[in-house]
Design a protein around this ligand. Structure first.
Ligand code: KIV
Ligand code: ZN
Length: 508
């Protein structure tokens, strides 16, 4: 042992390309800080030329987030490369990532270029990027469907031109692990001076093989894996970082490589990305799903209690789930609360702790036992929130059999108190109708999901709402022991994001 496999996280770029997953700048910075704490090697922060909002987000991440390399994506054209450099140049460790497709299909129908022209453009792009920085990555888009000899020529030429990382994407998730592993082996074998660059892979999940393909590539010499938290990304997504990392860790004798990831932060990171993007993690998802460490059948429970390893190949603690998840109760003081936050990886300012503690005390009045999951929801709602235009002050909802449900909602709009009453098909519908009247916002609600946090009838409910305006989706989160209140909070949160966006038009 043992080579290091670099983890290149593209949650903020390819991940954000998932339908309905767009994040605002504050959210991107929060995710980037978390990725730095997780110790990823590279953060691909966005595609700066795509929009002014993208540019600003990449620049802010580059300015504020220390530790990992901060990378900006660019097509193989001058304005993209220059914009990527302008956005990342203030980073501690900046990188430009430039790409052009190499498959005949893309050449013929998309680029309308010959192989020679593509080769020339790839070399030009790398040379141009190298004028700005020594850290240049080149990607051969749709490499998995490219002619292997041509692909090898391109890889060799871009290394000659100064690319320090060469990425081999399976852009459409078409590859099969054995075949993809062979492709990487072939490139490493055929290309001269291959040792001057790190070979990277970037696999999409259209056939559910993104992680398997990435691992096959690692077995065959790839030393950078591009992936996203929870596997979000274009179409069926990208390779899930937590799966790649935990496979390498759990089967270290097999892979004989290691990553620098602090795996104890995986759960928290997964949760943060899911909260911000509104992309819920399925319960049976590997590593981070709610059932990933749950043992239901009697035989399994019996074996597990006798020896954990009988049915558990990795521990919940290794991804940051504490064994005893019971944390605090109503008599816990501020100090115990702060200590628990620190243990969970939240290093907050005094002001943030005070705000969260107040909310914690209210929750502890409504609920006997507070679990880690409750705290995560509370922090997401109380601390990591942009300044509100709309504030939910109070509400009441009535639902009597045989009568049309009614709700009365009191809010502050830009500081002014407004109160409205409305009816609806159910109490949530009535509350939403009152909120719509108050905010004068009629954007369609396109998603509403309820999830229980922890067990018991006093458990908090967590509600995710999605509101659409044009082709933008705004995601709101709310949690409370009262599900109607959680629903209202979630809706108001989504409307706040929408209204902030309308007023600033800073992110698209
Ligand atoms: O999937 C892909 O090919 C990409 C490249 C831009 C790396 O996302
Ligand atoms: Zn991709």
């Amino acid at each position: 042992m043992n080579d290091i496999v670099r983890i290149f996280d593209t949650t903020l770029r390819d991940g954000e390309q998932s339908p309905g997953c767009s994040m605002n700048i504050e959210e991107k910075i929060r995710v980037a800080h978390q990725l730095a704490a997780l110790k990823v090697d590279v953060i691909e922060a966005g595609f700066p030329v795509a929009s002014p909002g993208d540019f600003e987000a990449v620049r802010e991440v580059a300015r504020k987030v220390k530790g990992p390399i901060i990378c900006g994506l660019a097509r193989a054209v001058e304005k993209d490369i220059d914009a990527a450099w302008d956005a990342v140049k203030e980073a501690e460790h900046p990188r430009i990532h430039t790409f052009i497709a190499t498959s005949d299909l893309h050449l013929q129908f998309k680029l309308k270029m010959s192989r020679e022209q593509v080769l020339e453009r790839a070399v030009w792009a790398v040379r141009h990027a190298r004028k700005h920085t020594e850290d240049v990555e080149f990607s051969a888009e749709d490499a998995a469907r490219s002619d292997v000899d041509f692909l090898c020529r391109v890889v060799e030429a871009v290394i000659e031109a100064g690319a320090t990382t060469v990425n081999i994407p399976d852009t459409v998730g078409y590859a099969i692990p054995e075949e993809f592993g062979r492709l990487i082996a072939r490139i490493l074998e055929k290309v001269s001076h291959i040792d001057r660059a790190v070979i990277s892979v970037h696999c999409h999940n259209d056939l559910g093989l993104a992680v398997s393909n990435s691992l096959a590539a690692v077995r065959n010499g790839a030393r950078q894996v591009e992936c996203t938290i929870n596997g979000i990304g274009e179409r069926a997504g990208n390779a899930a970082m937590e799966e790649v990392v935990m496979a390498i860790r759990t089967r270290k004798n097999f892979f004989d490589v290691t990553t620098g990831i602090d795996t104890k932060r995986i759960h928290q990171t997964s949760r943060l990305v899911s909260d911000i993007t509104g992309m819920l993690v399925q319960a049976n998802k590997a590593v981070v799903g709610a059932n990933a460490f749950a043992h239901e059948s009697g035989i399994h429970q019996d074996g597990f209690l006798k020896k954990q390893e009988t049915y558990e190949i990795m521990t919940p603690e290794s991804i940051g789930l504490s064994k005893s998840t019971l944390v605090l109760g109503k008599h816990s003081g501020r100090h115990a609360f702060r200590t628990r936050l620190d243990e969970m990886g939240y290093h907050l300012s005094d002001e943030e702790v005070n705000r969260a503690f107040e909310r914690f005390k209210n929750l502890a009045d409504a609920k006997k036992e507070i679990f880690d999951e409750d705290i995560i929801a509370l922090i997401a709602e109380e601390v990591y929130r942009m300044p509100d235009i709309y504030e939910l002050e109070s509400m009441e909802a009535h639902s009597i059999t045989g009568e049309r449900p009614r709700a009365r909602v009191r809010m502050r709009v830009d500081g002014e108190r407004v109160e409205m009453e409305s009816t609806g098909d159910g109490p949530v519908d009535a509350a939403y109708s009152a909120i719509k009247k108050i905010t004068k916002n009629d954007s369609p609600l396109v998603g509403y999901f309820v999830k229980g946090i922890t067990g018991g009838t006093d458990a908090q409910g967590e509600v995710t709402t999605r509101v659409r305006e044009g082709d933008q989706i705004f995601i709101g989160q709310g949690s409370d022991t009262d599900i109607i209140v959680a629903s209202a909070k979630s809706y108001v949160n989504a409307l706040n994001k929408l209204e902030n966006w309308r007023r600033n038009r800073k992110w698209e």
